[in-house]
Design a protein around this ligand. Sequence first.
Ligand code: GUN
Ligand code: ZN
Length: 440
Amino acid sequence: MNNTNSNEEVLRGQTLSFRDDPFACDPDAAIDFHSDGAVWIVDGVIKQVGAARDVLDAAPDVPVRNYGDALIMAGFVDCHAHYPQTAIIASYGEQLLDWLKQYTFPEEMRFVDGEYARRQADLYLDECLRNGITTSSVYCSVHPQSADSFFEASNARGLRMAAGKVLMDRHAPDGLTDTATTGYDQSKALIERWHGVGRNMYAITPRFAPTSTPEQLEAAGTLWREYPDVLMQTHASENANEIQWVKELFPSAPDYMGVYENYGLVGPGAIYGHAIHLNEREQELFRDSGAAMAHCPTSNLFIGSGLFDLQSMRESDRPVTVGLATDVSGGSSFSMFSTMRTAYEIAQLRGYSLHPVRAYYLATLGSAATMRIDDKVGNLAAGYEADLVVLDLSSRPLIAQRMKRSESITDVLFTQMILADDRATIATYANGSIVYERAI
Ligand code: GUN
Ligand code: ZN
């Protein structure tokens, strides 16, 4: 052991870090890759990453865990998911509004029971960790106890998670609504109880414009002004029928985003799920305001919502902040590999080839940027919290064979994002501790 009292460890393997935003430069130049690399972790924080020789020289007495030719990278960051929908993943046949009515709302009713909520939160988080997701921005149900259960489960694992109780005071079944006042009061109490406690963060969470009255959206805006450090998350412009409904409910708003704008809900720290069918004005609003988008590719295909225009949002001299998200369980997978693959496929349908380095960036630092924590998580770099994943690059025979033909790290990353699944995860670390390890 080393001669200090701090808790130190070196992980050796192949390492992948970002040095730049790959949408702003040649993607291959945006990464640092070491085929024999190492990561030195001190008290849950990364102290050094680099060639193994350099790191081992700098940390001579620190215990080393050798992962061989496995790839060590930052844990994935999922900037939009619904933990209360874990049990209804892969439900057949409906598009957004009917899917909510038929599957989502009945399941979310069950979260009135805090113990059920805790079991689902445990299951949800374990599934995230199995897939190498170490941070998420999560919707709970309308019940404040669903948020308590989630934050307790997050704390038990030492995770950096954002979450919020859903605000919903109309167009939902009895038992699944609050009011403008109770929603405000409960959210405020949860912010006081959980924001900044452990590694947790709060997100004010109006579900979407159709399920909140103007009074509730107003109250959400007021609360955010009172607590500007918390996040704000909601849905926008996902589905044609939803957009039409918003027009009918808010006839004086210029468009869907205009509703949120009117209540002070557009700005840095706001994460908008989907944002697929935006008009010019709404796109400009994102470019100007610093509000972020959560691209949810598996969800957008699974519930048939549409094809997100990643190229024009990101390849611009005025780019929008975009992260990648599972949208469990409108989304059909907890895997960030599946999510990246589907983002690639959606881009292909729009005539755009999503470079793998850009895909991994969206799934880590990009998502962290939407949550305003891209200086804390999402990169394997000095000063970052040691949330990371160790990936077996030959997790299936087909992948092992394909790896033999791979000539660059870019090609390796691409093959993984197309073919890999949770079997690739050898270990997941949060704050320097192992929180998931694959049984051998
Ligand atoms: N819009 C409003 N609520 C939801 C939800 O739970 N999932 C998705 N995908 N869209 C929504
Ligand atoms: Zn969603």
